[in-house]
Design a protein around this ligand. Structure first.
Ligand code: GLN
Length: 192
């Protein structure tokens, strides 16, 4: 199984390492033509406005929308979550507009720019060490969205069919269980 990590900006190498720990082969994606060889794609953290601009510049908006239309799984972490959302609070234009969620950027405020915590995530056997860095929150979710975890009553992990998102960075620790969950999602969709 081959899983891509969008390599326009952000923590690409760490995601590839976590994917490989989860038994998949990870590859950095810099050109849209690479998407046809992939079974799934991760959109990493970074800065969502910059990632959005680079996606537009290199033709990734339509290419990833097509990839999603084929039912191929996508996993957005932190800024990747923001670019997958249908709505961004504050009137900012959405990017891929794939997932039926509304997000608030930098939602934890300046005093809590980054922190770590152990999170219970539905579908994982043990609490996950989650690293939040200037993280977004999901402030509203449509009926097709399943909430997988919350932090202080706010949604921080969610799934809608073949789409998975987390507010935090699951690639910055040695715990690859959320990557393993994503790899399992891909296996399910590949099954005839
Ligand atoms: N604060 C960033 C944004 O709004 C996301 C931060 C991250 O990906 N760690 O795009």
């Amino acid at each position: 199984m081959k899983v891509g990590v969008l390599a326009l900006q952000g923590a690409v190498g760490e995601h590839i390492r976590s994917l490989e720990s989860a038994g998949a082969s990870g590859t950095a994606v810099k050109r849209t033509e690479q998407l046809s060889e992939l079974d799934g794609l991760i959109i990493p953290g970074g800065e969502s406005t910059t990632i959005g601009k680079l996606m537009r510049k290199y033709g990734f908006i339509e290419a990833i929308q097509d990839f999603s239309r084929e039912g191929k799984p996508l996993f957005g972490t932190c800024a990747g979550l923001i670019v997958m959302a249908k709505e961004i609070e504050g009137g900012e234009e959405s990017h891929l507009g794939l997932m039926d969620i509304k997000v608030s950027r930098n939602a934890f405020g300046r005093q809590r720019e980054s922190f770590e915590t152990d999170l219970e995530v539905k579908g994982l056997d043990a609490p996950l060490r989650a690293v939040f860095i200037r993280a977004p929150l999901i402030t509203a979710a449509g009926p097709g969205v399943e909430v997988l975890s919350t932090y202080k009553d706010e949604i921080v992990t969610a799934r809608q069919g073949h789409l998975l998102v987390s507010s935090f960075h699951p690639e910055l620790t040695d715990d690859f269980s959320l990557h393993a969950y994503f790899v399992e999602m891909i296996k399910q969709t590949k099954r005839p």
